[in-house]
Design a protein around this ligand. Structure first.
Ligand code: GLY
Ligand code: MN
Ligand code: MN
Length: 438
């Protein structure tokens, strides 16, 4: 881990300490291995809140954090990790070990997991008012920390007699909603990698190819350009498949005259991008496809312009629906503008960061207006129009059409910054690019 990343995670722990305040402690468990089938596991992925605070990518770990020294450790943050073990490391991979946490992560006090219970018990002896825990994640744990997590849960009735027990999700979401320069750089990098991969993959779009061939080209190129993983399972949806929002079969043949919607991106150092583009498979949009495409593009551009500090995200979504309702009505597709949701289906976008749909709140509470955009927010803007083949209320030529255009936008004091602006989206540019696909 480089210095910049270490400093980032350190700053996040400091911020969390401030956010939980005095007389509070946070006990956060990292993720564990999850079974896929029989004796095979899914590839390990760290819990995102734990990653945000530590950058640590091994399973079976926990962090205790407080504004005061914890016990007599001389530290206000303690990391617990799996023990170094020659045999386990030969089978399953290297382990950092508590001895190396200072150098590797910049967290000076670390212990083996077997010490966890002793230090969690310290929580009982202090005059704590609040205990923050990743409750919803803790319930799913497997492996060696599962027993420690259970013991901790068991003891909570006694702890909770003196203190409030609070899930850490909301407070972490508030922190995660505002990205630092380092995070912007990571999302930017994930976006650059994804755009480069898109340009390679879309060279293969032509009638007769299969959706999975485009998916394979994307995934191959994410790796080649420096991404460690998909940000989410790629959606490569031709024709009417585009009307299935989370289509992932990706097993149909591309047909001349149909559209292809690709919604896919890589991640970089756990930070995600999220890009959607829609292409005419034969290289040229039909007149009807172009009408729909232009309308979605208009909504995409107008909503991106609105991503400024102080703007309401809900309102941005309403503007998108307004633009699309107006256009669909003029095109003779929509009779009553109130019914626009039948064509737009989903919201205008979401926060993005360590999660593609970043785990942050959008609600307006008495204390927080999470709908109001702030400098440092990073959002997707992804309007779409979906006209299934059986929508008989719509003129036939428009049926079976799906268009979505999605970009990743950083909200800054100087206005919106489109982190995926280098991915083509003007229809003339797309047609020109695809004329090389013959
Ligand atoms: N790729 C999922 C989404 O756009 O929200
Ligand atoms: Mn999205
Ligand atoms: Mn997407």
């Amino acid at each position: 881990m480089d210095k910049e990343q270490k400093a980032f995670h350190k700053s996040r722990r400091e911020l969390l300490r401030k956010a939980i305040g005095k007389d509070a402690v946070a006990v956060i468990f990292g993720s564990t291995n999850f079974n896929k089938s029989f004796d095979g596991n899914f590839r390990f992925k760290q819990y995102k809140n734990f990653y945000y605070l530590t950058g640590f990518e091994e399973p079976n770990a926990a962090l205790i954090l407080s504004d005061k020294e914890i016990g007599k450790t001389g530290s206000n943050e303690l990391l617990f990790v799996q023990k170094k073990d020659k045999i386990f490391e030969t089978w399953d991979g290297r382990r950092m070990g508590f001895e190396n946490s200072g150098k590797a992560l910049g967290i000076k006090r670390a212990f083996e997991n077997s010490e966890l219970q002793k230090y969690m018990n310290l929580a009982k002896n202090r005059n704590l008012r609040r205990i923050y825990v990743n409750i919803s994640e803790l319930i799913k744990l497997t492996g060696e920390v599962r027993q420690y997590a259970s013991q901790f849960l068991d003891s909570l009735n006694r702890l909770a007699a003196n203190a409030e027990l609070i899930d850490i999700g909301y407070i972490m979401g508030k922190l995660r909603a505002v990205k630092t320069k380092y995070e912007m750089k990571m999302i930017g990098k994930a976006s650059d990698i994804s755009v480069k991969a898109y340009y390679e993959a879309i060279k293969s779009i032509m009638p007769g190819k299969y959706e999975y061939e485009i998916q394979a080209a994307l995934e191959y190129n994410y790796k080649i350009f420096g991404s460690e993983d998909n940000a989410y399972y790629p959606i490569v949806a031709s024709g009417e498949n585009g009307c299935i929002l989370h289509y992932e079969d990706n097993n149909c043949v591309l047909k001349n005259g149909e559209l292809l919607t690709i919604d896919s991106a890589g991640e970089h150092r756990y930070y995600c991008s999220d890009i959607t583009r829609t292409f005419p498979i034969g290289g040229r949009f039909t007149k009807e496809q172009r009408i729909i495409y232009d309308l979605v593009l208009k909504a995409n551009k107008e909503c991106i312009r609105m991503c400024r500090p102080g703007a309401s995200f809900k309102k941005i979504g309403e503007v998108s629906d307004y633009i699309i309702a107006d256009g669909l009505k003029k095109a003779g597709i929509l009779k009553d503008k109130k019914d626009v949701k039948k064509f737009t289906l989903h919201g205008i976008g979401h926060h993005i960061g360590l999660d593609t749909h970043d785990a942050v709140s959008y609600t307006i509470t008495r204390e927080d207006n999470n709908d109001r955009l702030k400098p440092g927010n990073v959002l997707t803007i992804e309007p779409g129009i979906y006209i299934p083949g059986d929508m008989t209320s719509v003129p036939k030529k428009f049926r079976g059409t799906a268009v979505r255009i999605e970009d990743v936008i950083a909200v800054t004091g100087k206005g919106p910054v489109n982190l995926t602006s280098h991915m083509i989206k003007e229809p003339d540019d797309i047609e020109a690019f695809m004329s090389g696909n013959a």
